[in-house]
Design a protein around this ligand. Sequence first.
Ligand code: YK8
Length: 176
Amino acid sequence: GRLYLNRVFHISADKMFELLFTDSSFIRRFMDIRKITNISMDPWQREDSGNMKRDLNYTIAINNPLIGKFTRATENQTMVKESREGHYMVDAEVYTHDVPYHDYFFTHNRYSITRSSKRKCRLRVNTDVKYKKQPWGLVKSFITKNSWSGIEDYFKQMESELLDEEAEINQGARDS
Ligand code: YK8
């Protein structure tokens, strides 16, 4: 796997969770920037195991002449039962439905939000491209290469949007 985001933000862990994993105006705006549309977001629901789950469905603009312009995607999120106060771990599996070889692979993103002080947290995102069945070697490297570049781009922008949000939140705190 790869670590795409690893940074301390002047945002509390609870606030960070709210920004990324509820129907917040931040995530709505971010998805809008990423040209993610037709979004449906289920509320979090507790499982018998104690974990929380929710599903998202959306359409992503990809704009790669080889692949197409859009793909529908499903994202299944599981929040692992809170191991300790101020720590959130969300496993997200993303399936793209309309790209070539879509039945061969999916992406696993692990988000970890850890409280580092009252108003600060560390956000980490680990990513893995996973295979449900083994494609031909050349196809596999094609999928992996195209996935990494798309994922890297997405999380770089997420980091920069979070830095803007951080500035806004802390500006507001100074003004009041
Ligand atoms: C989530 C991983 C692969 C996919 C895409 C598919 C190429 C197919 C390869 C061909 C278009 C928001 C990506 C980047 C679409 C976007 C996905 C996002 C960024 C050559 C066979 C969507 C996080 C996420 C995870 C996986 C990304 C896809 O929250 O290249």
